[in-house]
Design a binder for this molecule. Sequence first.
Ligand SMILES: [Zn+2]
Length: 260
Amino acid sequence: MAFTRATGKHRAPSRLTRRSANLAGVAALATTGVVGTFASPALAADTGAPSVEDTGLTPIVTVGSLADEIADQAAAQKQEAEEAAAKARARAKAEAEAKRKAEARAEAAREAKERAAREAERKRLNSYRLPVAGSFVTTGYKTGGALWSSGSHSGVDFRAASGSSVVAVGSGTVVEAGWGGAYGNNIVIRMNDGTYTQYGHLSSIGVFVGQRVTPGQQIGLVGSTGNSTGPHLHFEARTTPEYGSDIDPVAYLRSHGVSI
Ligand SMILES: [Zn+2]
């Protein structure tokens, strides 16, 4: 084959020429069955086709990664926000629970205090004491003598100056308040336990029939009215409101915890 040079100057074949030649080569190679593994890199290299790094694909790939990163970041931020919100909700719930518990504790403490106060009041109302504070017995129960119509003392005498305070020995209701003959001004109280207590020779009476009285409540003042030789308190315990049903008043008070 003859070879001529148009200009006498050596020129490299044009890209199109080289591409055509290679395509021809590919066509030839295709018959060998290795085109898939051989032709492509050969094409890329021979045609001078830019590598992946040079084609501008890189920015596209980068943009894709950035989008993923942004999406990931958004997801992470969303998760953080959700976690923060969940924590805030949990905190608010814990605070509400703590407040509820504190209120429950305060309520329980208040109820316990009220219960204790009720219990203390119940105990107080069930308590007994001497009819004259700090006094003592000068003439005992069943003491014999001409002074008493029955021949013996139906109660006990407590030493007390005139005008001393006489109090109910326990809780009860006044069933008699007035002149009692030999007892002078006297009061009879039906105690809550069903026993009756009587207070005689009073200089004055401070309660009325039907009035409820509590332990230690003043009911009158010590005197010497009726069949009496001087100021003192005559005190009886009875099974009925009537004279003659007397029981040992000292034993009665002691049975209710009074030191006498
Ligand atoms: Zn007496």
